[in-house]
Design a protein around this ligand. Structure first.
Ligand SMILES: *[C@@H]1O[C@H](CO)[C@@H](O)[C@H](O)[C@H]1NC(C)=O
Ligand SMILES: *[C@@H]1O[C@H](CO)[C@@H](O)[C@H](O)[C@H]1NC(C)=O
Length: 341
């Protein structure tokens, strides 16, 4: 069964590439619950579960954990800062019902300590959870001055986020480092709201721009931090829907060799015609890999893009946007949630 799935992924992925633009094909996937021997505990604030807070359930997982443990979280709003520490791999955090488990906190100013959710461990799965940093969110009803306010900080390797939402204004998702797969997630923000040195694919995600809250300033979706040409990191947006209020760039570099690709995405006129900003790296634009391929929508025209936007060959695009960019060893298929493309 496993090798069957493995082969299917490889050949279907190639077809997916060829047929990109066929949204039905790409959304036609299944997650399979593998028959895996993992234990389950329940978080329920009413006291009818094993734990009443999410953090107490994580604290219960042994150090250097070796077996998958599923933590199912009852629908509700949880006001807590949640952290999966480095030494607790194999945690599968799951909202009981999609869209109904919300974790919210409002710390701000420090990207290092203020994230609502911090995930440091390798082999982590998160499904159907909404993470909010409410310091500047929702922007319309919020009077706080704009500040760094991270909703999620992800620094473990081999991490999958499925049907999650990350909501904020500035620095919403710190995709710190490691290989990450985001599928059917929503990420909302205005300034550098997906940033860091992660090696990540954002597949079929909603990129919701709330730059209308910036009083005329132009926002930035990404601030990627690849710092040398040998680093495998980069943000790949595949089949995503990019829209929202105000105006935004697709990205600006955080480090010298930043790499970001929008591929097969629907892009509204929320994107400025220039597309990208060189920020502090004016004069070093050749080192950046900011590219687009096969996108559609009002904001996808590349005729007025900055002259230094990377022009990648079909082969380079295929290499960078296929699942092998983050997984050439099958780690995703070894996890208890299986994706078929
Ligand atoms: C599942 O784990 C339990 C406890 O560790 C063990 O007793 C049982 O044999 C395992 N079952 C399978 C099918 O591996
Ligand atoms: C969780 O609660 C269930 C139901 O009360 C119980 O059967 C199970 O043993 C508990 N698990 C742990 C790890 O306490």
């Amino acid at each position: 069964m496993v090798s069957f799935f493995g082969k299917t992924i490889v050949s279907f992925f190639f077809m997916g590439f060829v047929e990109l633009g066929n949204a039905r094909f790409l959304s036609d996937f299944q997650w399979k619950q593998q028959k895996m021997n993992y234990s389950t505990v329940y978080v329920d604030p009413s006291g009818r579960g094993n734990f009443s807070t999410i953090q107490s359930a994580i604290d219960f997982v042994p150090q250097i954990n070796q077996n998958w443990i599923c933590i199912i979280i009852k629908a509700g709003q949880y006001r807590e800062q949640v952290k999966i520490p480095r030494e607790k791999p194999y945690i599968y955090l799951k909202g009981e019902e999609n869209g109904k488990t919300i974790i919210t906190w409002n710390a701000h100013d420090s990207i290092a300590t203020d994230a609502t959710f911090t995930s440091e461990a390798d082999n982590t799965i998160v499904e159907s959870i909404i993470f909010i940093n409410s310091y500047n969110y929702p922007p319309k009803s919020n009077k706080n001055p704009r500040a760094v306010a991270v909703a999620a900080m992800i620094s473990g390797d081999k991490s999958v986020f499925y049907k999650c939402e990350f909501l904020g204004l500035q620095d919403t998702v710190w995709d710190v480092q490691g290989r990450h797969y985001f599928k059917l997630c929503t990420i909302e923000g205005a300034v550098d709201f997906i940033f860091g040195n992660g090696q990540s694919i954002y597949e079929s995600c909603t990129i919701s721009v709330n730059a209308g809250a910036l009083d005329g300033l132009v926002g930035y979706i990404t601030a990627q931090a690849r710092s040398n040409p040998k680093d495998g990191s980069g943000f790949v947006f595949r089949n995503c829907n990019v829209f929202g209020s105000g105006q935004t760039f697709l990205g600006r570099p955080w480090r010298d060799y930043a790499r970001v690709i929008f591929y097969g995405c629907s892009i509204s006129d929320v994107i400025t015609p220039q597309g990208w900003d060189a920020g502090r790296y004016v004069g070093k634009e050749k080192q950046l890999t900011f590219a687009e391929g096969s996108c559609k929508g009002m904001g996808s025209s590349t005729s007025k893009r900055v002259s230094w936007e990377a022009k990648l060959s079909q082969q380079e695009l295929q290499q960078l946007t296929s699942l092998s960019f983050i997984d050439n060893e099958g780690w995703i298929t070894k996890q208890p949630l299986k994706v078929l493309l």
